[in-house]
Design a protein. Structure first.
Length: 455
Protein backbone atom coordinates (compact mmCIF):
# COMPACT_ATOMS: atom_id res chain seq x y z
CA UNK A 1 0.00 0.00 0.00
CA UNK A 2 1.10 3.56 -0.58
CA UNK A 3 2.03 6.00 2.12
CA UNK A 4 -1.20 7.91 1.55
CA UNK A 5 -3.17 4.75 2.03
CA UNK A 6 -1.33 4.03 5.26
CA UNK A 7 -2.08 7.51 6.56
CA UNK A 8 -5.78 7.17 5.82
CA UNK A 9 -6.20 3.75 7.40
CA UNK A 10 -6.55 4.85 11.05
CA UNK A 11 -9.42 7.17 10.11
CA UNK A 12 -11.51 4.44 8.57
CA UNK A 13 -10.82 1.33 10.62
CA UNK A 14 -14.00 -0.39 11.78
CA UNK A 15 -15.19 0.46 15.27
CA UNK A 16 -14.98 -2.84 17.13
CA UNK A 17 -16.95 -3.91 20.17
CA UNK A 18 -16.53 -7.13 22.13
CA UNK A 19 -18.95 -8.96 24.40
CA UNK A 20 -17.38 -7.76 27.62
CA UNK A 21 -15.30 -10.89 28.19
CA UNK A 22 -12.06 -9.93 26.46
CA UNK A 23 -9.68 -7.04 26.64
CA UNK A 24 -9.59 -6.28 22.94
CA UNK A 25 -11.91 -6.25 19.97
CA UNK A 26 -13.41 -9.50 18.75
CA UNK A 27 -11.95 -11.48 15.90
CA UNK A 28 -13.70 -11.02 12.61
CA UNK A 29 -13.97 -14.80 12.33
CA UNK A 30 -15.64 -15.56 15.67
CA UNK A 31 -16.16 -14.17 19.15
CA UNK A 32 -16.14 -15.67 22.61
CA UNK A 33 -19.85 -16.34 22.25
CA UNK A 34 -19.23 -18.94 19.56
CA UNK A 35 -20.67 -16.76 16.82
CA UNK A 36 -18.84 -15.46 13.80
CA UNK A 37 -18.85 -15.03 10.07
CA UNK A 38 -20.73 -18.22 9.26
CA UNK A 39 -23.38 -17.54 11.89
CA UNK A 40 -23.90 -13.97 10.68
CA UNK A 41 -24.12 -14.94 7.03
CA UNK A 42 -26.40 -17.93 7.56
CA UNK A 43 -28.73 -15.98 9.87
CA UNK A 44 -29.45 -13.33 7.21
CA UNK A 45 -29.68 -15.66 4.18
CA UNK A 46 -33.44 -15.91 4.36
CA UNK A 47 -33.95 -12.16 3.94
CA UNK A 48 -33.39 -12.76 0.24
CA UNK A 49 -30.89 -9.98 -0.49
CA UNK A 50 -27.99 -12.24 -1.45
CA UNK A 51 -24.94 -13.37 0.51
CA UNK A 52 -24.49 -11.28 3.69
CA UNK A 53 -20.96 -9.90 4.10
CA UNK A 54 -19.62 -9.80 7.67
CA UNK A 55 -16.52 -7.81 6.69
CA UNK A 56 -17.63 -5.24 4.07
CA UNK A 57 -14.18 -3.58 3.83
CA UNK A 58 -12.23 -6.79 3.19
CA UNK A 59 -8.50 -7.12 2.60
CA UNK A 60 -6.75 -3.83 3.45
CA UNK A 61 -3.61 -4.87 1.54
CA UNK A 62 -5.24 -4.74 -1.87
CA UNK A 63 -4.58 -1.77 -4.22
CA UNK A 64 -5.98 1.62 -3.21
CA UNK A 65 -8.10 1.74 -6.36
CA UNK A 66 -9.71 -1.54 -5.31
CA UNK A 67 -10.37 -0.23 -1.80
CA UNK A 68 -12.08 2.82 -3.27
CA UNK A 69 -14.21 0.94 -5.78
CA UNK A 70 -15.10 -2.00 -3.57
CA UNK A 71 -16.74 -5.07 -5.06
CA UNK A 72 -17.56 -4.71 -8.77
CA UNK A 73 -19.74 -6.60 -11.22
CA UNK A 74 -17.54 -9.20 -12.90
CA UNK A 75 -15.27 -9.83 -9.90
CA UNK A 76 -14.12 -13.44 -9.60
CA UNK A 77 -13.24 -14.82 -6.17
CA UNK A 78 -14.77 -16.51 -3.15
CA UNK A 79 -16.19 -15.83 0.29
CA UNK A 80 -13.44 -16.29 2.88
CA UNK A 81 -13.84 -17.70 6.37
CA UNK A 82 -13.12 -14.16 7.59
CA UNK A 83 -16.44 -13.03 6.14
CA UNK A 84 -15.25 -10.95 3.19
CA UNK A 85 -15.26 -11.47 -0.56
CA UNK A 86 -11.72 -12.05 -1.81
CA UNK A 87 -11.42 -10.98 -5.46
CA UNK A 88 -8.61 -12.24 -7.70
CA UNK A 89 -9.57 -10.63 -11.00
CA UNK A 90 -12.45 -9.07 -12.92
CA UNK A 91 -13.71 -10.61 -16.16
CA UNK A 92 -14.29 -7.21 -17.80
CA UNK A 93 -10.95 -5.51 -17.05
CA UNK A 94 -7.67 -5.87 -18.99
CA UNK A 95 -4.93 -7.86 -17.22
CA UNK A 96 -2.74 -4.75 -16.77
CA UNK A 97 -5.39 -2.90 -14.75
CA UNK A 98 -4.15 -2.19 -11.17
CA UNK A 99 -7.23 -3.88 -9.72
CA UNK A 100 -6.32 -7.18 -11.40
CA UNK A 101 -4.39 -8.88 -8.60
CA UNK A 102 -4.10 -12.45 -9.88
CA UNK A 103 -5.07 -12.84 -13.53
CA UNK A 104 -4.86 -16.37 -14.98
CA UNK A 105 -2.22 -16.96 -17.69
CA UNK A 106 -3.42 -15.89 -21.12
CA UNK A 107 -6.39 -14.07 -19.62
CA UNK A 108 -8.62 -12.35 -22.21
CA UNK A 109 -11.36 -10.15 -20.73
CA UNK A 110 -15.00 -10.45 -21.69
CA UNK A 111 -15.70 -7.70 -24.21
CA UNK A 112 -17.48 -5.38 -24.35
CA UNK A 113 -18.00 -4.58 -20.66
CA UNK A 114 -21.56 -3.82 -19.55
CA UNK A 115 -22.92 -0.35 -20.25
CA UNK A 116 -25.07 1.77 -17.96
CA UNK A 117 -28.23 0.43 -19.61
CA UNK A 118 -27.12 -3.14 -18.84
CA UNK A 119 -27.19 -2.55 -15.08
CA UNK A 120 -30.29 -2.02 -12.94
CA UNK A 121 -29.58 0.62 -10.29
CA UNK A 122 -31.43 1.89 -7.24
CA UNK A 123 -29.40 4.56 -5.45
CA UNK A 124 -31.48 4.29 -2.28
CA UNK A 125 -32.75 0.71 -2.21
CA UNK A 126 -32.47 0.68 1.58
CA UNK A 127 -33.53 4.03 3.10
CA UNK A 128 -31.46 5.73 5.83
CA UNK A 129 -31.91 4.17 9.24
CA UNK A 130 -32.62 0.68 7.90
CA UNK A 131 -32.02 -2.18 10.34
CA UNK A 132 -32.13 -5.75 9.01
CA UNK A 133 -32.37 -8.55 11.56
CA UNK A 134 -32.60 -12.33 11.61
CA UNK A 135 -35.51 -14.35 12.91
CA UNK A 136 -36.57 -13.74 16.55
CA UNK A 137 -34.75 -10.40 16.75
CA UNK A 138 -36.81 -7.24 17.26
CA UNK A 139 -35.77 -3.59 17.11
CA UNK A 140 -36.92 -0.37 18.74
CA UNK A 141 -35.87 2.98 17.26
CA UNK A 142 -35.31 5.71 19.86
CA UNK A 143 -34.23 8.44 17.44
CA UNK A 144 -33.27 8.80 13.80
CA UNK A 145 -30.68 11.57 14.25
CA UNK A 146 -28.40 10.42 15.67
CA UNK A 147 -29.56 6.91 14.87
CA UNK A 148 -30.32 5.10 18.12
CA UNK A 149 -31.73 1.56 18.04
CA UNK A 150 -32.12 -1.14 20.68
CA UNK A 151 -32.25 -4.76 19.52
CA UNK A 152 -33.80 -7.59 21.53
CA UNK A 153 -32.49 -11.07 20.76
CA UNK A 154 -34.52 -14.15 21.68
CA UNK A 155 -32.78 -16.67 19.43
CA UNK A 156 -29.93 -19.16 19.77
CA UNK A 157 -28.22 -17.46 16.83
CA UNK A 158 -28.76 -13.95 15.53
CA UNK A 159 -27.50 -11.36 13.08
CA UNK A 160 -28.03 -7.61 12.79
CA UNK A 161 -27.18 -5.18 9.99
CA UNK A 162 -27.64 -1.44 10.46
CA UNK A 163 -27.45 1.01 7.54
CA UNK A 164 -27.40 4.55 9.00
CA UNK A 165 -27.31 6.23 5.57
CA UNK A 166 -29.11 3.48 3.68
CA UNK A 167 -27.64 1.48 0.81
CA UNK A 168 -27.72 1.38 -2.98
CA UNK A 169 -28.34 -1.65 -5.20
CA UNK A 170 -26.88 -2.65 -8.57
CA UNK A 171 -27.53 -5.81 -10.59
CA UNK A 172 -26.49 -6.98 -14.03
CA UNK A 173 -29.77 -7.29 -15.95
CA UNK A 174 -28.73 -10.21 -18.18
CA UNK A 175 -26.10 -12.78 -17.24
CA UNK A 176 -26.34 -15.01 -20.33
CA UNK A 177 -23.17 -13.63 -21.96
CA UNK A 178 -21.24 -14.02 -18.73
CA UNK A 179 -22.51 -17.59 -18.30
CA UNK A 180 -21.09 -18.62 -21.67
CA UNK A 181 -17.76 -16.99 -20.80
CA UNK A 182 -17.61 -18.67 -17.39
CA UNK A 183 -18.42 -22.04 -18.94
CA UNK A 184 -15.38 -21.75 -21.22
CA UNK A 185 -12.91 -20.80 -18.49
CA UNK A 186 -14.19 -22.19 -15.16
CA UNK A 187 -12.01 -25.31 -15.11
CA UNK A 188 -8.87 -23.34 -16.02
CA UNK A 189 -9.66 -20.85 -13.25
CA UNK A 190 -10.03 -23.60 -10.65
CA UNK A 191 -6.75 -25.19 -11.75
CA UNK A 192 -4.95 -21.84 -11.60
CA UNK A 193 -6.35 -20.87 -8.20
CA UNK A 194 -5.59 -24.25 -6.65
CA UNK A 195 -2.13 -24.83 -8.12
CA UNK A 196 -0.61 -21.36 -8.31
CA UNK A 197 -2.45 -18.91 -6.06
CA UNK A 198 -4.33 -20.20 -3.05
CA UNK A 199 -2.34 -21.35 -0.04
CA UNK A 200 -5.46 -23.28 0.99
CA UNK A 201 -7.49 -25.61 -1.23
CA UNK A 202 -10.00 -23.78 -3.38
CA UNK A 203 -12.94 -26.21 -3.08
CA UNK A 204 -15.23 -27.17 -5.92
CA UNK A 205 -18.34 -24.98 -5.85
CA UNK A 206 -16.67 -22.07 -4.04
CA UNK A 207 -15.95 -19.98 -7.17
CA UNK A 208 -18.16 -16.89 -7.08
CA UNK A 209 -18.62 -14.34 -9.90
CA UNK A 210 -20.30 -11.11 -8.82
CA UNK A 211 -23.37 -9.95 -10.76
CA UNK A 212 -24.87 -7.60 -8.19
CA UNK A 213 -24.46 -6.01 -4.76
CA UNK A 214 -25.86 -3.66 -2.14
CA UNK A 215 -23.38 -1.00 -1.00
CA UNK A 216 -23.31 1.38 1.95
CA UNK A 217 -20.92 4.11 3.08
CA UNK A 218 -21.78 3.48 6.74
CA UNK A 219 -22.74 0.17 8.27
CA UNK A 220 -22.78 -1.82 11.48
CA UNK A 221 -22.99 -5.59 11.94
CA UNK A 222 -23.62 -7.79 14.95
CA UNK A 223 -24.02 -11.50 15.64
CA UNK A 224 -24.56 -13.79 18.62
CA UNK A 225 -24.22 -17.52 19.15
CA UNK A 226 -25.09 -20.43 21.37
CA UNK A 227 -23.04 -19.72 24.50
CA UNK A 228 -24.82 -16.54 25.55
CA UNK A 229 -28.16 -18.13 24.65
CA UNK A 230 -27.57 -21.05 27.03
CA UNK A 231 -26.55 -18.92 30.02
CA UNK A 232 -29.17 -16.19 29.94
CA UNK A 233 -32.64 -16.42 31.46
CA UNK A 234 -34.31 -13.88 29.21
CA UNK A 235 -33.83 -11.91 26.00
CA UNK A 236 -30.47 -10.31 25.26
CA UNK A 237 -30.21 -6.67 24.20
CA UNK A 238 -27.78 -4.70 22.07
CA UNK A 239 -27.81 -0.97 21.39
CA UNK A 240 -26.49 0.90 18.39
CA UNK A 241 -26.17 4.64 18.88
CA UNK A 242 -24.34 7.18 16.74
CA UNK A 243 -21.97 4.69 15.03
CA UNK A 244 -21.16 2.77 18.21
CA UNK A 245 -22.33 -0.51 19.73
CA UNK A 246 -23.14 -1.15 23.37
CA UNK A 247 -23.53 -4.91 23.78
CA UNK A 248 -23.14 -7.86 26.12
CA UNK A 249 -22.90 -11.27 24.48
CA UNK A 250 -23.02 -9.97 20.92
CA UNK A 251 -20.00 -9.69 18.66
CA UNK A 252 -20.28 -6.42 16.75
CA UNK A 253 -18.37 -3.89 14.67
CA UNK A 254 -19.15 -0.79 12.64
CA UNK A 255 -17.65 1.47 10.00
CA UNK A 256 -16.03 4.69 11.14
CA UNK A 257 -18.35 7.73 11.45
CA UNK A 258 -16.83 9.39 8.36
CA UNK A 259 -17.50 6.39 6.13
CA UNK A 260 -13.81 5.58 5.69
CA UNK A 261 -13.30 3.50 2.57
CA UNK A 262 -16.34 4.70 0.66
CA UNK A 263 -19.07 2.34 -0.41
CA UNK A 264 -18.70 -1.21 0.87
CA UNK A 265 -20.80 -4.22 -0.13
CA UNK A 266 -23.07 -5.49 2.66
CA UNK A 267 -24.79 -8.03 0.37
CA UNK A 268 -23.41 -9.60 -2.79
CA UNK A 269 -25.13 -11.63 -5.50
CA UNK A 270 -23.65 -13.67 -8.26
CA UNK A 271 -22.96 -16.98 -9.97
CA UNK A 272 -21.79 -20.03 -8.07
CA UNK A 273 -19.75 -22.36 -10.27
CA UNK A 274 -18.89 -26.04 -9.88
CA UNK A 275 -17.00 -28.52 -12.05
CA UNK A 276 -18.15 -32.09 -12.67
CA UNK A 277 -16.49 -34.69 -10.47
CA UNK A 278 -14.73 -36.47 -13.41
CA UNK A 279 -13.25 -33.19 -14.68
CA UNK A 280 -12.30 -32.11 -11.16
CA UNK A 281 -10.54 -35.34 -10.23
CA UNK A 282 -8.75 -35.52 -13.57
CA UNK A 283 -7.51 -31.92 -13.51
CA UNK A 284 -7.01 -31.07 -9.83
CA UNK A 285 -5.37 -34.19 -8.50
CA UNK A 286 -4.23 -33.25 -5.01
CA UNK A 287 -7.55 -31.97 -3.68
CA UNK A 288 -10.56 -34.20 -4.20
CA UNK A 289 -14.09 -32.83 -3.77
CA UNK A 290 -15.16 -33.42 -0.15
CA UNK A 291 -17.69 -36.25 0.09
CA UNK A 292 -19.31 -34.90 3.26
CA UNK A 293 -19.65 -31.39 4.60
CA UNK A 294 -20.78 -31.38 8.21
CA UNK A 295 -23.49 -28.76 8.11
CA UNK A 296 -26.25 -31.12 9.18
CA UNK A 297 -25.49 -30.78 12.91
CA UNK A 298 -25.60 -26.99 12.69
CA UNK A 299 -28.74 -26.69 10.62
CA UNK A 300 -30.77 -29.35 12.44
CA UNK A 301 -30.91 -27.32 15.67
CA UNK A 302 -33.69 -24.70 15.76
CA UNK A 303 -32.71 -21.14 16.67
CA UNK A 304 -35.49 -20.64 19.23
CA UNK A 305 -37.33 -22.74 21.81
CA UNK A 306 -36.50 -25.38 24.40
CA UNK A 307 -34.50 -27.60 22.05
CA UNK A 308 -32.30 -24.65 21.09
CA UNK A 309 -31.57 -23.92 24.77
CA UNK A 310 -30.79 -27.57 25.53
CA UNK A 311 -28.37 -27.85 22.61
CA UNK A 312 -26.71 -24.56 23.56
CA UNK A 313 -26.28 -25.71 27.17
CA UNK A 314 -24.74 -28.97 25.93
CA UNK A 315 -22.28 -27.10 23.72
CA UNK A 316 -21.28 -24.85 26.63
CA UNK A 317 -19.91 -27.85 28.55
CA UNK A 318 -16.15 -28.20 28.31
CA UNK A 319 -16.47 -31.90 27.49
CA UNK A 320 -18.69 -31.29 24.45
CA UNK A 321 -17.02 -32.40 21.23
CA UNK A 322 -17.74 -30.10 18.33
CA UNK A 323 -17.96 -31.96 15.04
CA UNK A 324 -19.42 -29.41 12.68
CA UNK A 325 -18.64 -26.36 10.56
CA UNK A 326 -15.21 -27.54 9.44
CA UNK A 327 -15.02 -28.67 5.85
CA UNK A 328 -12.08 -30.47 4.24
CA UNK A 329 -8.98 -28.41 5.07
CA UNK A 330 -10.63 -25.06 5.58
CA UNK A 331 -13.71 -23.61 7.20
CA UNK A 332 -16.62 -23.54 4.78
CA UNK A 333 -19.46 -21.05 4.89
CA UNK A 334 -22.77 -22.76 4.23
CA UNK A 335 -24.71 -21.64 1.17
CA UNK A 336 -27.97 -23.19 -0.14
CA UNK A 337 -26.66 -22.94 -3.69
CA UNK A 338 -24.12 -25.68 -2.94
CA UNK A 339 -26.99 -28.16 -2.77
CA UNK A 340 -28.40 -26.89 -6.09
CA UNK A 341 -25.00 -27.31 -7.77
CA UNK A 342 -24.77 -30.89 -6.58
CA UNK A 343 -28.26 -31.63 -7.89
CA UNK A 344 -27.40 -30.15 -11.29
CA UNK A 345 -24.24 -32.21 -11.70
CA UNK A 346 -25.80 -35.42 -10.36
CA UNK A 347 -28.76 -35.19 -12.75
CA UNK A 348 -26.74 -34.30 -15.85
CA UNK A 349 -23.73 -36.59 -16.09
CA UNK A 350 -22.70 -35.07 -19.44
CA UNK A 351 -22.22 -31.57 -18.03
CA UNK A 352 -18.71 -30.32 -17.27
CA UNK A 353 -19.76 -27.07 -15.58
CA UNK A 354 -22.73 -26.18 -13.37
CA UNK A 355 -23.86 -22.61 -12.66
CA UNK A 356 -26.43 -21.53 -10.10
CA UNK A 357 -27.28 -17.88 -9.55
CA UNK A 358 -28.31 -16.21 -6.31
CA UNK A 359 -31.47 -14.69 -7.76
CA UNK A 360 -33.20 -18.08 -7.73
CA UNK A 361 -33.23 -18.36 -3.95
CA UNK A 362 -33.51 -14.61 -3.34
CA UNK A 363 -36.86 -14.78 -5.15
CA UNK A 364 -38.28 -17.47 -2.86
CA UNK A 365 -36.69 -16.59 0.51
CA UNK A 366 -39.31 -16.04 3.19
CA UNK A 367 -37.45 -14.36 6.05
CA UNK A 368 -37.47 -17.46 8.28
CA UNK A 369 -34.52 -18.89 10.18
CA UNK A 370 -31.86 -20.94 8.41
CA UNK A 371 -32.58 -24.24 10.16
CA UNK A 372 -32.50 -27.53 8.29
CA UNK A 373 -36.24 -27.72 7.67
CA UNK A 374 -36.31 -24.15 6.32
CA UNK A 375 -33.28 -24.75 4.09
CA UNK A 376 -34.95 -27.82 2.63
CA UNK A 377 -38.14 -25.82 2.12
CA UNK A 378 -36.14 -23.09 0.38
CA UNK A 379 -34.43 -25.55 -1.98
CA UNK A 380 -37.77 -27.24 -2.57
CA UNK A 381 -39.34 -23.95 -3.68
CA UNK A 382 -36.38 -23.27 -5.98
CA UNK A 383 -36.72 -26.66 -7.66
CA UNK A 384 -40.50 -26.26 -7.99
CA UNK A 385 -40.27 -22.83 -9.61
CA UNK A 386 -37.18 -23.41 -11.74
CA UNK A 387 -36.05 -25.97 -14.27
CA UNK A 388 -32.73 -27.41 -15.38
CA UNK A 389 -31.38 -25.91 -18.60
CA UNK A 390 -28.72 -27.74 -20.60
CA UNK A 391 -26.41 -26.15 -23.15
CA UNK A 392 -23.77 -28.56 -24.50
CA UNK A 393 -21.47 -29.07 -21.48
CA UNK A 394 -23.11 -26.40 -19.29
CA UNK A 395 -26.01 -27.08 -16.93
CA UNK A 396 -27.90 -24.24 -15.23
CA UNK A 397 -31.10 -23.75 -13.31
CA UNK A 398 -33.44 -21.14 -14.77
CA UNK A 399 -36.79 -19.63 -13.90
CA UNK A 400 -39.87 -21.56 -14.99
CA UNK A 401 -42.57 -18.93 -15.41
CA UNK A 402 -45.27 -21.56 -15.84
CA UNK A 403 -44.61 -23.07 -12.44
CA UNK A 404 -46.08 -20.13 -10.55
CA UNK A 405 -49.18 -19.65 -12.71
CA UNK A 406 -52.50 -19.89 -10.90
CA UNK A 407 -55.91 -20.81 -12.26
CA UNK A 408 -58.76 -18.32 -12.38
CA UNK A 409 -61.59 -18.47 -9.85
CA UNK A 410 -64.38 -20.89 -10.83
CA UNK A 411 -67.96 -20.15 -9.66
CA UNK A 412 -68.69 -23.88 -9.92
CA UNK A 413 -65.74 -24.81 -7.73
CA UNK A 414 -67.66 -27.55 -5.91
CA UNK A 415 -68.04 -29.40 -9.21
CA UNK A 416 -64.28 -29.37 -9.64
CA UNK A 417 -63.64 -31.07 -6.28
CA UNK A 418 -62.63 -34.48 -7.72
CA UNK A 419 -60.17 -32.77 -10.07
CA UNK A 420 -58.82 -30.72 -7.18
CA UNK A 421 -58.19 -33.90 -5.19
CA UNK A 422 -56.34 -35.32 -8.17
CA UNK A 423 -54.19 -32.20 -8.48
CA UNK A 424 -53.39 -32.29 -4.77
CA UNK A 425 -52.29 -35.91 -5.08
CA UNK A 426 -50.10 -35.17 -8.10
CA UNK A 427 -48.61 -32.15 -6.32
CA UNK A 428 -47.84 -34.31 -3.29
CA UNK A 429 -46.14 -36.93 -5.46
CA UNK A 430 -44.13 -34.27 -7.29
CA UNK A 431 -43.08 -32.73 -3.97
CA UNK A 432 -41.98 -36.12 -2.66
CA UNK A 433 -39.87 -36.70 -5.78
CA UNK A 434 -38.28 -33.29 -5.34
CA UNK A 435 -37.47 -34.08 -1.71
CA UNK A 436 -35.78 -37.27 -2.85
CA UNK A 437 -33.62 -35.22 -5.24
CA UNK A 438 -32.52 -33.05 -2.33
CA UNK A 439 -31.96 -36.01 -0.04
CA UNK A 440 -29.50 -37.62 -2.47
CA UNK A 441 -27.06 -34.72 -2.47
CA UNK A 442 -27.64 -32.69 0.69
CA UNK A 443 -24.25 -32.01 2.36
CA UNK A 444 -23.62 -33.91 5.55
CA UNK A 445 -25.24 -37.09 6.85
CA UNK A 446 -28.47 -38.32 5.30
CA UNK A 447 -31.46 -36.08 6.06
CA UNK A 448 -33.79 -37.95 8.48
CA UNK A 449 -37.25 -38.80 7.19
CA UNK A 450 -38.77 -37.12 10.23
CA UNK A 451 -37.11 -33.86 9.24
CA UNK A 452 -38.28 -34.21 5.65
CA UNK A 453 -41.86 -34.67 6.82
CA UNK A 454 -41.69 -31.36 8.69
CA UNK A 455 -41.53 -29.44 5.42
Amino acid sequence: MTGAADNEAPQSDPVMEDDGTSAGGMSSRSNSDGAGTETYSRSLFMLGHGTPVWDPIGDLERPQSSLESGVMIGDVGFMTDEGDFLCYFNVFLPPQDPIQRRCPPGFVPLHPPPKEVDIAKDLMYFPPGTALVSNAVSSSVHSSSPLDITFTVEARESAILVLPDGASREDLISTSRMSEYVQQHALDWYIYLNEEISRLPFPNGSLYIITGYDKATKWAVGTSGSKSYSRRNGPMTARYKDHKWSTMGIGAKASSPNGGYGKCAVFIRGMHVAISVPKWTASILYHQPPAIIHYFNVLSVPVTGLRAKLQSALEARSSYKKVYVKGHDMERMFHPTEVILRILLSEDQSADVAIAEDYMWCDVANGSDCSLSQIIELILRVLETHEISRLVTLVKIVDNSNASSTSKANPYKILQFPKAIGRMYRDLQRRRKTLNRIDKVFPGPRVPNAMLRRV
